[in-house]
Design a protein around this ligand. Structure first.
Ligand SMILES: [Zn+2]
Length: 301
């Protein structure tokens, strides 16, 4: 008999007009499985690459007749995915229904016992993933990024041979989905596969290759550099306001003497040098920053 993924649809809630938000849970349960792996995509609604990666990877798992149990939720946040304002995706936060705040969809596991829309949604995902030994949460980051992965320092071996250029090892858990899974005793990785809000074929290929390496279908020769998230990932806040043009790409090595961007303001044109010696990890979407708005993140030795 051939094992295949079976889909179940779970209803989350309805909008005022009676439209239903639903998530599909794809489950693959070969007899004799001793491990369970939970795969999730699209937790932030603007982070798209994980969705096609998981849709294609499910086919590869079926073709290989992978011997372990898999629970796969590629479209984990329909509310986030459907959030846009005038053609711009805004699905990092719930802007719609809560007047007290606009929750970051990946910082709300503390709401799991609350009967709110957000609480019910995140508790659904936490319940679906509860039996898994391993949780892989596929995200993307920034306007432009070099791929990286977040993992508790005690589990970094899990992510060293997947062909991901940078690993950020953390110590203190946040209220993110996979940090919460880690605190339940699971192996838990948060991947940042590509830039947000966009899908290109090469990013899908990269994401698939990462999963193939994780599942032992492939091997990577690319080295992964390990960084301490708490001390070595530094933000850069715009020293002045204006409109900016970057001179470096994410992933580039930069030094403090190097021009990194030009800022055009009402006072004229000015070149800024890199604030750090290190690697430009990601650029934020804003190209017309206010003074002190976050522009980018760096990895600093
Ligand atoms: Zn994310």
């Amino acid at each position: 008999m051939i094992d295949r993924f079976q889909k179940k649809t779970h209803s989350l809630h309805q909008t005022a007009s009676g439209m239903s938000f639903e998530i599909d849970i794809w489950e693959y349960s070969p007899p004799g499985a001793t491990q369970c792996i939970y795969l999730q995509g699209g937790l932030h609604g603007v982070e798209l690459t994980g969705i096609p990666v998981l849709m294609r990877f499910m086919k590869e798992l079926e073709e290989s007749q992978y011997p372990e149990r898999i629970i796969c939720v590629p479209w984990s946040n329909p509310m986030g995915l459907d959030s846009q304002i005038m053609g711009q995706q805004t699905g990092y936060n719930n802007l719609h229904t809560n007047q007290q705040n606009c929750w970051n969809w990946n910082r709300i596991t503390h709401l799991k016992d609350e009967g709110s829309l957000e609480g019910r949604w995140i508790s659904t995902l936490l319940e679906l993933s509860e039996e898994a030994d391993t949780v892989l949460d596929l995200h993307t980051a920034g306007y432009e990024t070099i791929p990286h992965v977040y993992v508790h320092h005690s589990q970094k071996e899990l992510a060293l041979d997947l062909g991901i250029p940078h690993l950020l090892a953390w110590d203190k858990p946040s209220s993110s989905f996979s940090d919460t899974c880690f605190q339940r005793g699971q192996k838990a990785l948060t991947f940042e596969l590509s830039s947000s809000r966009t899908i290109i074929e090469s990013s899908i290929t990269f994401g698939l290759e990462v999963l193939r390496c994780f599942f032992g279908f492939s091997k990577s020769n690319n080295k992964t550099q390990v960084w301490n998230q708490e001390t070595q990932m530094l933000k850069w806040y715009s020293p002045e306001s204006g409109v900016i043009c970057w001179h470096k790409n994410s992933g580039d090595t930069v030094s403090q003497k190097e021009p990194i961007l030009t800022m055009f303001s009402r006072q004229g044109e000015k070149v800024f040098q890199s604030p750090y010696d290190g690697i430009l990890l990601l650029k934020n979407p804003i190209h017309a920053p206010y003074q002190y708005q976050e522009l980018a993140k760096f990895l600093v030795p």
